[in-house]
Design a binder for this molecule. Structure first.
Ligand code: 5GP
Ligand code: ZN
Length: 124
């Protein structure tokens, strides 16, 4: 698979996966972990990341489809467990142009308190 190494010793999220850096974990299984974002932008803000070091969606291909599917399939379950039964926003920033700051693939789950506004202005 492209875009993948077993682990990147300098990657913050690989260090969280290995338990070298603390995190408030929401969930873990053999494929992924989920933990609260250190700088939440909403009352509930957590991240789902693969255990394996994958840089971003841009490096993913067909071979990553099962893993990506499992990560997304967990999003709703975990969001509900975190109190987001009324809905949530899912964000995946990719590359510099997409505002990605940590280069280990992650899905943001964000919500709580009040309905989020539309992300992009609508025409008409
Ligand atoms: P990005 O812009 O790459 O999509 O977002 C990276 C996210 O990771 C940011 O929301 C940031 O607050 C979060 N983050 C960065 N470093 C850490 C950390 O050490 N621990 C936790 N829990 N979150 C982090
Ligand atoms: Zn990593």
């Amino acid at each position: 698979m492209s875009g993948q190494t077993a682990a990147d010793p300098d990657c913050i999220f690989c260090r969280i996966v290995r338990g070298e850096l603390p995190s408030r974990r929401v969930f873990e299984d053999p494929d992924m972990i989920a933990f609260h974002d250190i700088k939440p932008i909403a009352p509930v803000h957590f991240l789902i990341i693969p255990r394996q070091h994958l840089v971003s969606l841009a490096e993913c291909d067909e071979a990553h489809a099962p893993l990506l599917g499992r990560m997304l399939a967990k999003a709703g379950v975990l969001a509900r467990e975190q109190g987001l039964g009324g809905g949530f926003r899912t964000i995946i920033n990719t590359g510099r142009g997409g505002g990605q700051e940590v280069y280990h693939l992650h899905v943001h789950i964000v919500g709580g308190s009040r309905p989020l506004g539309a992300m992009l202005p609508r025409e008409g």
